[in-house]
Design a protein around this ligand. Structure first.
Ligand code: FE2
Length: 312
């Protein structure tokens, strides 16, 4: 999800709380802060629940054979299917048993440091609204379907769950070094739009891919996009597009590989070598790349979203 810094000093202090509240499920109110945490989950009506169920059913037609096994296994372990928008308390309890994570409702946009604060404490902040029938096919803001269906199944994977926590911790350090943009690119190209190389072929694990029908197919099957093995230095120098299909996807060998390449990396040294702005365009292939395939970029060259170009 995207986060913004709102402005002022009132949010500058990270609340200090005892260790045991950090993984508490939502129904324990102790960890529900006054600021930037919705006091409770929205009450959804039957039409909202029907939208959830229809979105779920549509994705289940598309994802087998395209989503990472870790994601499909996560879906199996959580009860997200046909019961409408999941209750965050129940979901948090199930998730807590698996990897110690919980899910908390937040407003549409939250300040960066609150976002990192939640992740660093194994809480996933999820949107407290659902799209409408009018925005059923595409919504840029992360709603509860994107956040819960797209992100939460991966949090049942122990290695990925640890990666997400470390990402939250890294966020604070990136803020100190004024390199949030670079760290944001890493989130974008892994957590939101990452692909993993499985024995059977490329599969998607990024929530931005898995929560919509078009990119789930485009990312793993289309000829347009580049697919390049993940290199942290390179990714953190790469621009990204937020309102259209990605011109480039980065591929990991496994979640252990992702963890090793990022968490075990000395980011402080890396930050010192990065310029404040991005060096590479989002469609670029550069000579250090370990390329899986160079895309035709046909979709982009024909005008992308809104042009009628087919996502091929
Ligand atoms: Fe997201």
């Amino acid at each position: 999800m995207d986060a913004v810094i709102e402005n002022d000093s009132e949010f500058a202090e990270i609340p200090t709380m005892p260790e045991d509240v950090f993984t508490a499920p939502l129904k324990r109110p102790a960890h529900v802060g006054e600021d930037w945490l919705e006091p409770k989950q929205t009450e959804y009506d039957s039409e909202d629940d029907a939208i959830w169920n229809d979105l779920f059913a549509r994705q289940m037609e598309i994802l087998p054979g395209r989503a990472a096994s870790a994601f499909m296994e996560g879906l199996d372990r959580l009860d997200l299917g046909t019961g409408g928008v999941p209750d965050f308390g129940d979901l948090s309890e199930a998730l807590d048993k698996l990897t110690g994570w919980s899910v908390v409702p937040v407003p549409m946009l939250i300040p960066d440091h609150i976002f990192f604060w939640h992740l660093a404490n194994r809480r996933f902040p999820a949107g407290n609204f659902i799209r409408t029938r009018e925005t059923f096919d595409y919504i840029q803001e992360p709603d509860v379907f994107h956040d819960v269906f797209g992100h939460v199944p991966m949090l049942t994977n122990p290695v990925f769950a640890d990666y997400m926590q470390e990402y939250g911790r890294a966020g604070f350090r990136a803020m100190e070094h004024n390199r949030l943009k670079a760290l944001g690119a890493l989130y974008w190209y892994t957590v939101e739009f990452g692909l993993v190389q499985e024995e059977a072929g490329l599969r998607a694990y990024g929530a931005g891919i898995l929560s919509g029908p078009t990119e789930a197919v485009f990312s793993v099957e289309a000829k347009s996009p580049n697919r390049i093995m993940l290199n942290v230095d390179r990714v953190m120098r790469t621009d990204y597009v937020i309102s259209d299909l990605q011109p480039t996807y980065f591929v990991i060998e496994s979640f252990e590989d992702l963890y090793r390449k990022t968490v075990e990396r000395d980011f402080e040294r890396l930050y010192k070598s990065l310029s404040p702005s991005f060096t590479y365009a989002n469609s670029a292939v550069i000579d250090v790349d370990n390329v899986v395939n160079v895309g035709t970029q046909e979709y982009l060259l024909r005008g992308g979203r809104g042009s009628g170009a087919r996502p091929v």
